[in-house]
Design a protein around this ligand. Structure first.
Ligand SMILES: [Zn+2]
Length: 239
């Protein structure tokens, strides 16, 4: 437990150093104002965070009975808070256990469609954003485990973002993870219709007993969140 805490403290230390380097590495751009005074201005990266599912849509369910939606929300909240501390602008598609479908829409299928349309509208509302969609995975064979990152097939920037996050997952959290990042098409509506660089992070398999148990703990959720955020910082620095 002590070791875990020490590792977490070191991880937080590392992320603060890395992100400070990212945030402050750009020299302030001097601007000549009309009064002849030189001012400085930073351009802050806007990050859109999407915690998958919510409300009546729980997503997949762990073998212990925990729905994906709460794990997604918890991981997203840590990324949100860390990004805000580091000075990034952050927009979230949801910040509580809700579906964001239009008022008056009835029936689960129509609510889900409206919910996805509204998530996409939020992501596409901002120019120059980078977006992350947080999910958990599930498979019929319980032996499979490990984080995997998906990106829209026609977006090279999204591919770079996916590779950055995968790199951090391997170097920080899962050294044995050999899952390749994977391009997706029409089957993933949000990714395929977003205008900005975007990835879907499937943080782990809820169908795997060991990984599900880890993903249900707040400590591992924070590890995962910080790891994903470090990958995002790597990508932003490359940009
Ligand atoms: Zn999901």
């Amino acid at each position: 437990m002590g070791n875990k805490r020490n590792r977490l403290i070191m991880l937080f230390g590392a992320i603060i150093c890395i992100c400070a380097a990212v945030v402050f590495s750009d020299e302030p751009k001097p601007q000549q104002t009309s009064a002849g005074v030189v001012s400085t201005a930073f351009e802050r990266q806007l990050i859109v965070l999407d915690a998958g599912h919510g409300g009546a849509d729980g997503g997949c369910v762990s073998i212990g009975g925990t729905p994906e939606k709460g794990i997604n929300l918890s991981i997203m909240q840590t990324i949100r808070d860390t990004a805000a501390i580091m000075g990034y602008d952050v927009i979230c598609t949801r910040e509580s256990d809700i579906s964001i479908h239009d008022e008056g829409v009835t029936g689960l299928a129509k609510q889900k469609k409206s919910d996805m349309d509204n998530r996409l509208a939020i992501i596409n509302k901002y120019e120059g954003a980078v977006a992350l969609s947080i999910h958990q995975n599930q498979f019929t064979d319980p032996q499979y485990s490990g984080t995997q990152v998906f990106y829209p097939k026609d977006s090279e920037q999204s591919h770079l973002l996916a590779e950055s996050i995968k790199g951090r997952v391997v170097s920080t959290l899962q050294p044995e993870n050999e899952r390749e990042t994977k391009p997706v098409g029409d089957e993933l509506f949000l990714l395929n219709n977003a205008k900005c660089p975007i990835v879907m992070v499937e943080c782990g398999f809820l169908s795997n007993a060991g990984e599900a148990a880890r993903l249900e703990t707040p400590e591992y959720q924070k590890h995962m969140a910080i790891t994903v955020f470090m990958g995002l910082c790597d990508y932003i620095r490359q940009m």
